[in-house]
Design a protein around this ligand. Structure first.
Ligand code: GAR
Length: 195
């Protein structure tokens, strides 16, 4: 059973989808802990599913290294095989990226390398393109620059606002995330081969 830790900042709807999937006895991964950089509302999903959670409050960019070290210590206590950044809206310091390298995943609401950063949905809408996407990547030291594990296009529809488009992208992200974690767990997907 693959041990998965998930880090969030917000509502955690993708986290919830993973928790629902892993509640199925046939699913080969288990969420062992959920962490956040603030008292995120999504932590309630962990509580509902009986999964332990922790908060390492963000204290500003000047404290990034110390914050990351504390986060690493909390994560390490759960011995995760995989760490999933699922809407964590903070950049991990390089030491944390190195520590979890090769087993650190990020979900991003755009078809990377298009529209990296904190406003992937808004940036796609403002650019006037007709389609964007959803990506799951391995995290490296850059901002959404790591190798793509899987990605899928999502059309931008007339009348879409940021919320509507974000919700439609998340439907795709959830499916991709659940499938990627399953395939990693079964050995069908070898992350060392992703580059
Ligand atoms: C997701 O769309 C995720 O890809 C995005 O935040 C959302 C979290 O939603 N992450 C980023 O934009 C990271 N740059 P959720 O809290 O409802 O799961």
């Amino acid at each position: 059973m693959l041990r998965v830790a998930v880090l969030i900042s917000g509502g955690g709807s993708n986290l919830r989808a993973l928790l629902e999937a892993s509640a199925d006895a046939g699913y080969p991964a288990h969420v062992v802990a959920v962490g956040a950089d603030r008292e995120a509302s999504g932590l309630a999903h962990a509580e509902e599913f009986g999964i332990p959670s922790f908060v390492v409050p963000w204290r500003g960019a000047g404290e990034r290294e110390a914050w990351g070290a504390e986060l690493d210590a909390q994560l390490a206590a759960w011995q995760p095989d995989l760490v999933v950044l699922s809407g964590l809206m903070r950049l991990l310091p390089p030491a944390s990226v190195r520590r979890w390298s090769g087993r650190l995943l990020n979900t991003h609401p755009a078809f990377l390398p298009e529209f990296p950063g904190a406003h992937g949905v808004r940036d796609a809408l403002q650019s006037g393109v007709r389609e964007t996407g959803a990506s799951i990547i391995l995290v490296d030291d850059g901002v959404d620059t790591g190798p793509v594990i899987v990605q899928e296009r999502v059309p931008i529809l007339p009348g879409d606002d940021e919320h509507a488009l974000s919700e439609r992208i998340k439907l795709v992200e959830r499916r991709l995330l659940i499938d990627v974690v399953r395939r990693i767990s079964t050995g069908e997907l070898d992350l060392t081969a992703v580059r």
